[in-house]
Design a protein around this ligand. Sequence first.
Ligand code: ZN
Length: 415
Amino acid sequence: MVEICTDINSVRLRYAAEQLFAPVPVRWCQHKADLNHPEKAIFYATSETGFFVVPTSPRNWTDATFEYSAQPQDWNSRAIQATLDLDVFELTFYLLARVDEYLNPQSDNHGRVIPDGFIQQKWMGLDVAYLDEIRKRWLRHIGVEDVLVPQCALTIDVDSAFAFSHKGWKRALGGLGKDLLHFNLTNLQERLATWAGMKRDRFDTYDYLMDQSKTHQWDLTFFFLLSDFEGQNIGLSHHSAGLRLLIQRVQEAASVGIHPGYHNWNEDAERTVMEIQRLKDILGGKVQLSRQHFLRMRLPETYRLLSSLGIQQDFSMGMATDVGYRAGTSRPFLWFDYPQNTISALTVVPFWGMDSAIKRHKEWSPEEAKNRISLARQYIAEIGDWRMIWHNETVCDEREWAGWRAVFEQQFKSI
Ligand SMILES: [Zn+2]
């Protein structure tokens, strides 16, 4: 347990300290006399004195009415490296509440966050899990035992459950027609072989993924896209018997969440409600896990919507075009609604990187991707969690993804 002695009663301060040290609990005291272990306690903004003091920032950031108008200039690279001399609670709040994304909201034409303006870019970049490092350093500094057990997990987005199967006769004929029109003989051959049952559907990698999860004892979660077929929503119909059976089958060995589709913002709420209901009907139970298709999201709207629909964990906290730690941590944390100044019930589960980001945006070869994954895994192993985003189709090891199954498996290599 971490004991903190302070005069301040602020939801922001409580949030920051409790999220920073979790799963080690925090005990709050106003007076030194109430501390169980004053020799290990942290003193913050109080006239009481002790051995371990977190310096108080000059900003009144703990005040509900305080709004950042610019990034704090005093957090430069050197200050960050000497984190024992910083107001680490303010820093934690700033990163976890995603203040940068309100100060200077930047997104690409898909509505995905652009990390160029993040404060981490002024420090040592996005590869560093600042909060996980600070947490470890502070616990060691005050001599409190860490009970964190770092987690590794597989999270898979299913945009297109099958390449050729179970699509219904209309889309099947459409696909066939397209192959013929464009003389795409490779596709035509594969399509016919799949239909004839001579080849396994290229995107049907579910047994492989469930095997890997079992072998390495990593939790596995699938996020299924159940939007109407339109634009970027290219999934199978939620009526498809093949898709419904698949979801019910993987549910036996894995967790299943919703992958809310790519919608116009003004239709986002009603469509997300509908898609969650579709998954509920298929599962015959609650839907509590979610990740945004394309990672398209807006703060605070997306998280408020998901919360209101009973989602307990969102897995979209990362970047579509880069790798690293968007919120400065690899560990799950509660989402703080900065405009409303409240702690929500929604847990945000970060990821390090996504298959398409490392291949298409970083343009890493499979060999380079393996090296980068090894380094990132090594870096985080002692201080936090490991999660990536893969797709059922990107572990097929065929066509444009030939050679990438080995990259996927690099995650499991001993470090
Ligand atoms: Zn998707």
